[in-house]
Design a protein around this ligand. Structure first.
Ligand SMILES: [Zn+2]
Length: 146
């Protein structure tokens, strides 16, 4: 598990060192999206084995004007059509806990804080990503809120 964590750190470092590439080129953006998608899938799989997890989708620029978009006072966003939680791109910070098992101490992800960024990316990159989610098109569930 420790090796994995190191591997993740490497691509995060790589991204923060080469923001121009990952922000300003199509290739870079696609690569970054793939990396983050893989990371999110990995995180979800890890907590899935311990608890029921709803679907999470990344916020797109269309969501707030969608008929099915709901935002609670606490700031939690949802798509009521997909029954999915909507989170900002690159958000989802794992919450680790140390559990004592028969094999000794073991660290595992007990939850994900969707209000915190998963990786150290700038807000500009988050905003850019929101604009480019689903290639800049609304999700299939989108219906304009008149
Ligand atoms: Zn939706």
């Amino acid at each position: 598990m420790e090796e994995k964590t190191k591997g993740d750190k490497d691509w995060r470092e790589e991204v923060s060192k080469n923001l121009d590439y990952y922000l300003d080129t199509n290739e870079g953006r696609n690569e970054l999206m793939e990396m983050v998608k893989a990371e999110t899938t990995r995180l979800l799989q890890q907590i899935k084995s311990r608890q029921r997890v709803k679907e999470y989708i990344w916020l797109s620029k269309f969501c707030s004007s969608c008929l099915y978009f709901v935002k609670s006072k606490a700031g939690i966003m949802k798509c009521t059509k997909l029954n999915a939680k909507i989170v900002k791109p690159f958000h989802g910070k794992p919450i680790w806990a140390v559990i004592v098992t028969t094999n000794g101490e073991e660290s595992l992800i007990v939850d994900i804080n969707w209000c915190s960024k998963a990786i150290d990316v700038t807000d500009i990159l988050v905003e850019e990503a929101i604009k480019r989610i689903n290639n800049g098109y609304p999700y299939p569930c989108f219906e304009h809120n008149e």
